[in-house]
Design a protein around this ligand. Structure first.
Ligand code: GAL
Length: 420
């Protein structure tokens, strides 16, 4: 008798489970994620996130919007939200996150953040962009930094560059050697955000971290209009002679490909470039070298990709959003993802064991810079000033790089852009 009751109970449970199972399959949880990770290394990193969610039964609907640094993606996002059809989540950075927070359209991640203890493990410099009015509204996935140089070791050896350049003069001398040996010295893509990435490297190398902070974060008029800024533009002019004639409009990953393929010696680019080298099965220390932009050692200009969830009136979708945010902060995921992406984890408690030499250096540099107060937001990537000023800066920097305005005019234009 007991046995029969047990049997009945078991089959009743099985029936309930099956019913639940079918129910769950009918209303499968899904996320639609807007992002700009379309280059080889970026897509490979994104696959780690997709795979993670799919394992949890969450279907991934992709909304990629190509275009480095995400300008096109942000335009597409605005269009989606304005038409009343926001995606479940979107990749975002810096001041853009705070802007969306102000509009009150994004979901509150505070309960999840508290449960996960995010406050304790995410560096304060990042939290500044993850919270609005003290509440978590974004899940940070990485810490990128923009002050890196990527070099082809074989090209350097052929050109007779035997040591890593440590300062401006050594860098120019090395680049000259590469050019004289018949290679392209610096692989560059002439798009405003890439010009600005180059510019912020030169600014930090020329004026140091205090100058950079005063000019490009605090927007101090005197500092912006100072002779140091003029020197930065002069140096941009020097770099202009070291890029090839076809630089205009080139995508950043195409420029990385020129270094990977042995056409060019150097690329000055954030560490998403490393994702391209890794994706091409290249190894640091053997095929390529990574080093801090000469003159910026000890300083890290960072940008962090974060995912912001939009308010939705659908319980299944909301549950999927929580799963997505939770997965992003999970330490094992942060390691797996950032190994592929080229960035450092957004959490300080992730071991560097799985990372290659450049990744280990990235993690160490971020920790040291954070202690030394030399971890500063990247202007080119939305972590220094709001988008309107950033775009006005882009405009001046690009016009100067293309020879449309001289150094002095560029200084004046930059200072006036900051006042608007
Ligand atoms: C940056 C972003 C990186 C990478 C890069 C090129 O702004 O933080 O993750 O995608 O743009 O698109």
């Amino acid at each position: 008798m007991k046995n029969l009751t047990q049997k009945f109970a078991v089959s009743a449970i099985t029936a309930v489970c099956l019913a639940l199972g079918t129910g769950a399959a009918m209303a499968q949880q899904s996320v639609e994620v807007l992002h700009w990770w379309t280059a080889g290394g970026e897509a490979a990193a994104l696959n780690v996130l997709k795979g993670n969610l799919e394992k949890q039964g969450v279907k991934w609907n992709d909304m990629p919007v190509a275009g480095g640094s995400g300008e096109a993606a942000m335009t597409a996002l605005r269009a989606r939200v304005t038409s009343g059809n926001p995606p479940t989540a979107s990749q975002m950075q810096g001041f853009d996150i705070l802007d969306w927070g102000k509009q009150g359209l994004v979901a509150d991640l505070n309960t999840l953040a508290q449960k996960g203890g995010w406050d304790k493990v995410v560096p304060p410099a990042l939290q500044k962009f993850s919270k609005y009015n003290g509440k978590w509204i974004a899940a940070p996935v990485n810490i990128h930094s923009t002050n890196w140089v990527w070099a082809n070791q074989v090209v350097l050896a052929k050109a007779g560059v035997t040591a890593e350049p440590k300062n401006w003069d050594e860098f120019i001398a090395a680049a000259d050697k590469v050019q004289k040996a018949g290679f392209i010295a610096i692989a560059h893509g002439g798009q405003p955000w890439q010009d600005a990435t180059l510019f912020e490297n030169v600014a930090v190398a020329t004026g140091g971290v205090d100058y950079y902070r005063k000019a490009f974060i605090e927007l101090d008029g005197k500092t912006l209009a100072s002779p140091t800024t003029e020197k930065v533009f002069q140096r941009m002019g020097q770099l202009r002679k070291l890029v090839d004639k076809d630089f205009s409009g080139r995508d950043w990953n195409v420029a990385s490909g020129m270094v990977i393929g042995g056409k060019a010696g150097f690329q000055v680019m954030g560490d998403w470039a490393k994702g391209e080298f890794v994706n091409a099965r290249q190894v640091p220390g053997k095929d390529f070298a990574c080093f801090r932009f000469p003159g910026t050692q000890g300083i890290v200009t960072f940008n962090a990709d974060q995912f912001v969830m939009f308010k939705l009136k659908d319980a299944d979708k909301e549950a999927a959003q929580q799963k997505l945010a939770n997965a992003i902060l999970e330490p094992g995921f942060q390691s797996a993802f950032n190994v592929v992406k080229g960035s450092a984890p957004a959490r300080t408690d992730v071991p560097d064991t799985a990372f290659d030499a450049c990744g280990k250096k990235a993690i160490k540099d971020v920790a040291e810079a954070s202690q030394a107060h030399t971890l500063v937001g990247s202007m080119a990537h939305g972590h220094a000033v709001p988008a309107s000023i950033k775009n006005a800066f882009y405009d001046v920097i690009t016009r100067h790089f293309n020879g449309q305005i001289d150094d002095k005019k560029a200084v004046a234009a930059l200072a006036s852009a900051a006042r608007n």
